[in-house]
Ligand binder design. Structure first.
Ligand code: ANZ
Length: 958
């Protein structure tokens, strides 16, 4: 019987699907194990061999855990809202729902061919109304919540309203908008409903705010920071500018500290945790207030009055991580966008300041952060007052200060901060730039900045002689005393903008009454995406949903109705933005637990049983986007009692990228002549990518096929070497653009999915990036054929029930131990080598014993499940091999009973002798002396001495 992968694989894929073999149970006495993959975005290009790498690893682990007796949840679905489908729709007019469904069908076919043990009965699609109903519901929960800093959790907004009714807002310690005016209980009760709504909006976990956003004119949408790379949009590479817009935002900043602390409780790589820590960016320091000299505050600018201060002067508040350097303040710098700039600039400086502001508005925040070298700014003409010395401190504006960080203003200490130093030096000698104050007992040069442990303070009044830590604490104390400062922890992470000007995303369950947002009740969800004629924004700049004609909410019928009916009495306009790509992926792991529940996002029972994800495998590109947002929503849902675990993903592994092996032909510049690779240095050439499928395993191409491939080669001239034409190879990202994409379907057709799975693992350690090299694949295929031949010959099964030899048992148990340890340690590539060794050894032993070959099939089944099922069935089993227990390692079989002794004569090894280990020295000596080879070596002599170290050596001397 021959190994025929195509037949076997189709048979078992059908069997698994028809029998629901991998369906997880929500009620089980077995322990649970939840293995999750990052679900794919179903793009039009389909899968290439890089995509399934992580899925194969997680599938091996899931199958392994089933063998170990766990009830395994290993689901799959689609992250199916997103920009590419929308852009395709804009270009072709096809509804994104249609193309998305087609892409999903193709993905499903490709995934099925690889033999994954997914529980497809739980499939989710973020773009399906049954699913986004719950995304909308979560949004409503966020709207109905506020963050209480005292209990450090999100709470029902009703509790806040009760507090307002009882005590006003004076005792409320919330994460909320800045500068909310104080009000009493009586004030609150006297406010109109509308005024109350406006106040509440400043406290809600999701809120409408005029924010400065990254606006991408090319894509006509707002982008999140992590969607911008190098100042341009990640998709399409369009420029991004800053713009003020009213947007939905999420108060993720409320969770900054908990997101940071939670990292210590989960099993993720240090590098991943570090990127989250950096993103959250915790800074411990102080807020310090400086009064602006000779400034008279205007009546409507009460926000800027120092609390408890009667002087009526504007104040500049700064955030500093180095309060110890307060006596080193040489000047101050405000961000050009700072509200105070217009108020304090002197008439003489007005023109220069305005010109500068206009120039900087063109540069994006990203550019400004990255740009340490170009220092530029302008003096405002105003002076602040030093809180202790009362000396005047000139106030500048400069674009190295970011409006969105801290307070958007800094106290500039050139002796302690590199940028302040560069700035002071650049403007040295100009109006408003004093001499640099050095407050350290060391010389300051460009290389000596920062919190140097050894530095002591001088010229710093009550801080003299102290080091940085002591002085910081002392300075904060002193500032608190004069009510001009306090300790403050700052986080770099900003609240997350949640509105997108796109069509293909979740609609908000929101309508507007007098400009105030209202939520649609849960029982009327989902609010389905409306039909539109065009997927582009409207001509007057509204988002694409502005094109919809039926997009108004009838509060009596509880239905979406025609816009013509809007009367602002009972029928109101609906929100035109949609949710961002991360909305649907921030909770999908919960839905898999209870995918068909129509009444709840996930039932309590399902949550209690499945808890959270035990193992999550996916790409490292999601380190700060998806993985932070998911942790945020999970913590929020926990606060509100919908989930019971603090962290969604206990263990996380990033698979490395599989790179493509591009193929290049070399064209002589300015001609249509091409030269074989080794001749290219003789000419001035340029490399052109060609399709890797045209190249054979020796890097040779058939030039006739190349001519047919693309018209530019039709009439080309090829200069070959020795009648052969070779291409160059380069390792690059796998991409259609480089024609280096390998389709898993092709590998499955030629060798089968089991070979593909083994080979992807065999390429190298899971977490490393590695090039795809089709060359090695036939070796893996050969291995599977060899495995097959342990069980079958031409006539059929050759498995015997004879007892196994000690050697065969040793090979088996070595393999059990290795594979078990490898899978537990996620070292899948080394298991594949062990399988090859084992099969070679067993073949050499001619081992066909059932007691060896049955456990061997189980060992291999997580990696090559189809062949394993077939062997298992042919061995006479009725149940799927996935129900078989993982073989148990018995160390006794590894204990050596014999030793291959080296036998030496005067120190020279002449032959070896295999003897049982339990012989005495005397017994060994007797056997050695009687061995024919010894007699021959001694030629009749008697050795002076026979040295025997049992278990080690035999040496005859003399
Ligand atoms: C005085 C000082 C003296 C500072 C010194 C540093 C060294 P991190 O760690 O990133 O939080 N800063 C504050 N707000 C800023 C803004 N909006 N744009 C640019 N820079 C800003 O850094 C905090 C430090 O960065 C603050 O401490 C402030 O400069 C500056 F020897 O204040 B420091």
């Amino acid at each position: 019987m021959k190994y025929n992968p195509n037949e076997i694989e189709a048979k078992w894929q059908k069997h698994w699907s028809e029998n629901g073999t991998f369906q997880a149970e929500n009620n089980s006495d077995r322990p649970k194990y939840y293995v999750l993959d990052m679900f794919p975005y179903p793009s039009g290009a389909g899968l290439h061999v890089g995509h399934p790498l992580g899925y194969i690893a997680s599938d091996i682990y899931a199958r392994f855990k089933r063998h170990k007796g766990f009830n395994v949840l290993h689901p799959q679905g689609y992250d199916s809202f997103g920009l590419p489908a929308e852009q395709y729709a804009i270009q072709t007019g096809q509804h994104p729902d249609k193309t998305t469904k087609e892409n999903i069908a193709r993905y499903r076919q490709q995934l099925d061919r690889i033999g994954f043990s997914f529980d497809w009965s739980r499939e989710v699609r973020t773009s399906s109304p049954d699913y986004y109903k719950w995304t909308q519901w979560i949004f409503i929960q966020l709207f109905e919540s506020w963050y209480d800093k005292d209990s450090d959790e999100a709470r029902d907004i009703k509790t806040l309203i009760m507090e307002f009714e009882a005590n006003g807002n004076s005792k409320v310690n919330a994460v909320c908008d800045d500068s909310i005016a104080a009000f009493s209980a009586d004030d609150w009760k006297s406010y109109t409903k509308e005024a109350q709504e406006r106040i509440l909006l400043q406290y809600r976990m999701t809120f409408l705010a005029e924010t400065e956003v990254n606006w991408c004119p090319g894509l006509k949408t707002v982008l999140a920071n992590d969607e911008i790379v190098g100042g341009v949009s990640e998709r399409g590479g369009h420029p991004v500018v800053r713009k003020k817009m009213t947007q939905w935002s999420m108060r993720i900043s409320a969770y900054a500290e908990r997101l940071l602390q939670g990292l210590d409780t989960i099993d993720w790589t240090e590098s991943l945790k570090e990127s989250q820590r950096n993103w959250i960016g915790k800074s411990v320091g102080a807020l310090v207030s400086f009064k602006v000299k000779d400034s008279e505050i205007e009546q409507d600018n009460v926000d800027y009055i120092l609390s408890g201060d009667e002087t009526n002067a504007y104040k500049i508040e700064v955030f500093t991580t180095r309060p110890d350097t307060i006596f080193g303040v040489t000047f101050m710098t405000l961000a050009p966008e700072h509200d105070l700039v217009a108020k304090i600039t002197t008439p003489a400086q007005k023109q220069a300041v305005e010109a500068y502001i206009e120039a900087t508005a063109k540069r994006s925040e990203r550019e400004r952060m990255a740009d340490v070298k170009t220092i530029s700014g302008v003096f405002t003409g105003a002076y602040a007052e030093h809180p202790f010395t009362k000396e005047p401190v000139p106030v500048w504006i400069g674009d190295y200060v970011l409006a969105g960080y801290g307070t958007g203003a800094v106290m500039a200490v050139p002796c302690g901060d590199e940028r302040d130093y560069a700035f002071a030096n650049f403007y040295k000698g100009t109006e408003g730039m004093p001499e640099i104050k050095n407050i350290f007992d060391q010389d300051i040069s460009e290389n000596a900045f920062g919190a140097k442990e050894g530095f002591k303070l001088v010229d710093s009044d009550f801080l003299n002689g102290m080091t940085y830590k002591e002085a910081s604490a002392k300075a904060i104390e002193a500032l608190e005393e004069i009510e001009q400062g306090k300790g403050k922890i700052n986080y770099r992470m900003r609240d997350a903008v949640f509105s997108r000007q796109r069509y293909w995303g979740e609609p908000f369950p929101v309508y507007y009454v007098n400009g105030l947002p209202q939520m649609i009740a849960k029982q009327h969800l989902p609010i389905r995406l409306p039909e539109v004629e065009k997927y582009l924004p409207t001509d007057d700049g509204q988002p694409p949903l502005g094109n919809a004609n039926v997009w108004a909410w009838d509060t009596l019928q509880h239905a979406v109705v025609s816009n013509d009916l809007i009367d602002h009495k009972t029928i109101f306009p609906l929100e035109l933005n949609t949710m961002p790509g991360w909305a649907g992926s921030s909770w999908y792991w919960l839905r898999y637990m209870d995918a068909h529940n129509e009444d709840e996002m996930v039932s309590k029972d399902a949550q209690n049983y499945w808890q959270n994800v035990d193992l999550y495998i996916g790409g490292s590109e999601h380190a700060t986007g998806h993985l932070l947002y998911s942790r945020f929503w999970n913590k929020f849902l926990k606060d509100r009692g919908y989930v019971n675990q603090d962290e969604p993903f206990k263990k996380l592994i990033n698979q490395g990228m599989i790179l493509g092996m591009s193929a290049l032909v070399y064209r002589i510049s300015g001609t249509n002549k091409y030269v074989s690779k080794n001749l290219k240095n003789e000419y001035d050439t340029e490399g052109l990518h060609i399709d890797v499928s045209l190249v054979n395993s020796s890097d040779e191409i058939d030039t006739e096929k190349l001519r047919e491939w693309q018209p530019q080669f039709n009439n080309a001239e090829f200069i070959s070497e020795n009648g052969k034409f070779y291409v160059g190879r380069e390792v690059e990202k796998m991409s259609k653009r480089w024609y280096n994409v390998v389709n898993p379907d092709d590998i499955c057709n030629e060798y089968g999915a089991d070979t593909l799975r083994l080979y992807e693992m065999f390429l190298g350690p899971l977490e490393q990036a590695k090039p795809w090299n089709t060359g090695g694949i036939s070796g893996v295929f050969g291995f599977l054929r060899k495995l097959w031949r342990l069980y079958f010959d031409e006539n059929g099964l050759i498995v015997t029930s004879n007892p196994a030899s000690a050697e065969a048992l040793k090979t088996l148990h070595k393999t059990i131990k290795k594979v078990n340890d490898d899978i537990e340690g996620f070292s899948f590539n080394t298991s594949v080598s062990q399988f090859m060794i084992a099969v070679n050894e067993l073949t050499a032993m001619k081992c066909h014993e059932r007691s060896i070959l049955e456990p061997l099939a189980i060992l291999i089944s997580p990696y090559a499940p189809h062949i394993a099922e077939e062997l298992w069935e042919k061995l006479g089993h009725q149940m799927s091999i996935s129900t078989a227990a993982f073989p148990i390692f018995n160390p006794e079989y590894l204990v050596e009973s014999n030793k291959e002794y080296p036998v030496s004569f005067n120190g020279k090894m002449r032959f070896t002798l295999n003897l049982p280990l339990d012989l005495t020295k005397e017994q060994i000596q007797e056997i050695v002396m009687n061995d024919e080879r010894t007699i021959k070596q001694l030629e009749g002599r008697t050795p002076n001495k026979v040295i025997i170290v049992p278990g080690k050596i035999i040496n005859l001397v003399g």
